[in-house]
Design a protein around this ligand. Structure first.
Ligand code: NDP
Length: 240
């Protein structure tokens, strides 16, 4: 029986590439999304991967959604907490609403995604957790106090979970992508995007598939000693 993998925000962008790669690797994949029904339906048509709609910022919705996935497909043994948003503004203009939206989705959303799955992983003595953080959680970024705080928080989550889960053969690792050519990055003004690319030694944006490759590596059955680590995938833009 193939292992079941849950990818939040798995219907678009980086998440969609992760879902497809895990399916190609032999996992049974469930991809979640927040509200873009059209994109989710197109994704399922294209890939045959089942999609589920819930808001990762809401604990009860996450718990119920996860229970539904497990009822449909079986116990979740691989989880990729990928769903994320930006609400950029320089700090002096950032509103409490922008702060809370990003914290609730990107940080609390990671808790809400992993927490209901964790007891089952402990019981079965197997689990693979990957959290999609960001280069901007490593180095900070102008106009992203909220986003950088959540992505730095992701690193604290995986390092702590790694220590709690290690004896039960549960690993938790983070990937810090640099700038990847998804809707999130294509939404920034072209001039800003050009200035971003100018700072990347590779001279280009990354591809979602290049992040999926790292996920595939980390969730493998024989990756059990790689635990609490952070993989940077940023075209040599930043080194920790
Ligand atoms: P996209 O905006 O392309 O896709 C985001 C996905 O997350 C969509 O499936 C969306 O659903 C889902 N989503 C958003 N909010 C919620 C929510 N509250 N509940 C459930 N699902 C939600 O993002 P990217 O692919 O660019 O980014 C994916 C991850 O990678 C994010 O965590 C991001 O911070 C991180 N990252 C991205 C980088 C980049 O350059 N693109 C760089 C570094 C990190 P729907 O389709 O319904 O909107």
């Amino acid at each position: 029986m193939s292992r079941v993998a849950l990818v939040t925000g798995g219907s678009r962008g980086i998440g969609a590439a992760i879902s497809k790669k895990l399916k190609a690797d032999g996992y049974t994949v469930a991809a979640t999304y927040a509200g873009n029904d059209e994109a989710a339906a197109a994704f399922t048509d294209e890939t045959g991967i089942k999609t589920y709609k819930w808001n990762v910022a809401d604990y009860d919705s996450s718990k119920d959604g996860i229970a539904q996935v497990e009822a449909d497909l079986g116990p979740i043994e691989v989880v990729v907490a990928n769903a994320g948003i930006t609400r950029d503004a320089p700090f002096h203009k950032m509103t409490p609403e922008q702060w809370h939206q990003v914290i609730d989705t990107n940080l609390t959303g990671v808790f809400n995604t992993i927490h209901p799955i964790w007891p089952g992983m402990r019981e079965r003595k197997f689990g693979r957790i990957v959290v999609i953080s960001s280069i901007n959680g490593q180095k900070g970024q102008f106009a992203q106090v909220n986003y950088a705080a959540t992505k730095a928080g992701d690193l604290g989550i995986v390092k702590s979970l790694a220590q709690e889960g290690a004896r039960a053969n549960i690993t938790a690792n983070a990937i810090c992508p640099g700038y990847i050519g998804t809707d999130m990055v294509m939404a920034v003004p072209e001039k800003v995007r050009e200035s971003i690319i100018a700072q990347i030694p590779a001279g280009r944006l990354g591809e979602p598939e290049e992040i999926a490759r790292a996920v595939s590596f980390l969730v493998a059955d024989d990756a059990g000693f790689i635990n609490g680590s952070t993989i940077s995938a940023n075209g040599a833009q930043f080194f920790v």
